[in-house]
Design a protein around this ligand. Structure first.
Ligand code: FMN
Length: 202
């Protein structure tokens, strides 16, 4: 089957993260974002793509900070309420019935019950007429101990990260399965050593 070129998310499962921000006046905002990715390893930068008309974008521009909340499938009923248009003066934590988790490095709160939180400062933005790439610098990255395995790595069976694919009619929510295959980063290099290994040292 040939799909229209714009239907990329139909063949590419995407994460569903909730971005929490504060307005200049301190109103709490939440919006789901799926156009989100880290920028290379081992940088501490993360990129979101925002449509031009988003309270999230206004808030990030005004306050220079945001939290990327990584949520599990238990948040699937919170996505539409936070994605629906709400005027900027509406507190979207209240709309969605979500509790805040105080951030340590920025004013914008995270969302309690997420499995991981990235407290970010605006690093740079690249504006085009219809969209804006927002690059955030992750100041603090926290993950809930309950979603880690015995060696401290994310256990996707415990976290059950919320993801989605798009179709003609809407969004299909899904999650991940670990296929039990592991290769060290060093396997990509001729000498078998990961040149970035030192970055992970305590
Ligand atoms: C699963 C999902 C993923 C979304 N991903 C994005 C995205 O990556 N970028 C974006 O600009 N809007 C995205 N949206 C739409 C926004 O969440 C939606 O327009 C929301 O109302 C924006 O809220 P705000 O104006 O409070 O920022 C997504 C919506 C859903 C349901």
């Amino acid at each position: 089957m040939i799909l229209k070129p714009f239907m990329r998310e139909g063949i590419m499962p995407l994460p569903v993260a909730l971005i929490s921000t504060l307005s200049r006046d301190g109103v709490r905002n939440i919006a789901p974002y799926s156009c989100i990715m880290p920028i290379l390893r081992p940088l501490d930068l993360i990129c979101l793509v925002s449509a031009a008309r988003r309270d999230t974008l206004v808030n990030i521009r005004e306050t220079k900070e945001f939290v990327v909340n990584m949520v599990g499938v238990g948040f699937s009923d919170k996505i539409v309420p936070t994605a629906r248009y709400a005027p900027p003066e509406v507190d979207e934590f209240q709309v969605a019935g979500l509790e805040e988790k105080r951030s340590e490095t920025i004013r914008a709160p995270g969302i309690a019950g997420s499995y991981a939180w990235m407290e970010c400062a605006l690093f740079k933005e690249y504006a085009e007429p219809g969209f804006v790439l927002i690059v955030g610098k992750v100041l603090r990255l926290e993950v809930a101990d309950e979603v880690l395995n015995a060696t401290g790595e994310l256990d996707v069976a415990k976290a059950r990260p919320l993801m989605m694919t798009g179709s003609r009619n809407g969004m299909h929510f899904c999650t991940l399965t670990d296929i039990g295959e592991f290769h060290p980063f060093g396997a990509m290099f001729p000498n078998g050593k990961d040149p970035l290994a030192g970055k992970y040292a305590e």
